[in-house]
Design a protein around this ligand. Structure first.
Ligand SMILES: C[S@@+](CC[C@H](N)C(=O)[O-])C[C@H]1O[C@@H](n2cnc3c(N)ncnc32)[C@H](O)[C@@H]1O
Length: 207
């Protein structure tokens, strides 16, 4: 349903250049990493984090929450991926003990079933092919693993914000309830939680 702009691969996705350009000032301008992590602490039960868990963070950006995820799952692991080389370069400078990889989540990847949690924090609206992204992420979930999309604001505000941002991310939306049903169904996932209120969006599903 969401094959935006008919872009077939990351090389044609204008969002790569868009996020590359934002990377240098991301931690100063866009979000306050300390406040973000403080807020996440109060919401961590939703993520079912526990020592030993294997987490895949999709669209990790500069790694604002990656260090916190590492703390929560140690001695487990966090693999943090992004398709923006510039975002990843900043994340790597932080010397977080995570594995950082440049990867496009909208590409098909063999279903290795490796992760206990696949987390899209503030990233899902930007995936140009949300159907393929969901299939890829579903295939990366271990048995009993959880798929979580999380934003520290509701979908109405998120969608409105991206429309006003314009450029490469104009129209980058979170799906509506029907859209999620369809996406989850196609990816073989079952919804177990959906919160969409002014200050929080969480969708959690399992295989
Ligand atoms: C709004 S930023 C959020 C970054 C980080 N999660 C944070 O909260 O600071 C969205 C991130 O998703 C990444 N992204 C967008 N589409 C992607 C894709 N198809 N594959 C991998 N990463 C992607 C962007 O490069 C960007 O770093």
């Amino acid at each position: 349903m969401n094959e935006k702009n008919n872009e077939m691969n990351a090389g044609l996705d204008r969002r790569v250049a868009f996020f590359d350009a934002l990377a240098t000032h991301w931690d100063d301008d866009e979000q306050n990493p300390i406040q973000t992590v403080e807020r996440l602490r109060s919401l961590e039960d939703y993520l079912k984090l526990a020592p030993g868990r294997r987490v895949l963070e999709v669209g990790c950006g500069t790694g604002q929450i990656t260090g916190w995820l590492m703390e929560k799952v140690a001695p487990g692991s966090v693999t943090a991926i992004d398709f923006s080389a510039e975002m990843l370069a900043r994340a790597k400078q932080k010397n977080i003990g995570a594995t950082f990889m440049q990867m496009d989540i909208c590409s098909p990847i063999p279903p290795i079933g490796l992760f206990d949690l696949v987390l899209c924090f503030h990233s899902f609206p930007h995936f140009r092919d949300q159907t393929q992204a969901m299939k890829t992420m579903s295939g990366l979930l271990a048995p009993n693993g959880r798929f979580v999309v999380m934003h520290l604001a509701g979908s109405k505000a998120i969608n409105h914000f991206h429309d006003n941002a314009g450029g490469a991310v104009a129209g980058d939306h979170l799906p509506d309830e029907q859209g999620w049903k369809h996406l989850l169904n196609t990816a073989g996932l079952k919804q177990e939680l959906l919160i969409d209120r002014e200050d929080l969006f969480i969708l959690r599903a399992y295989a």
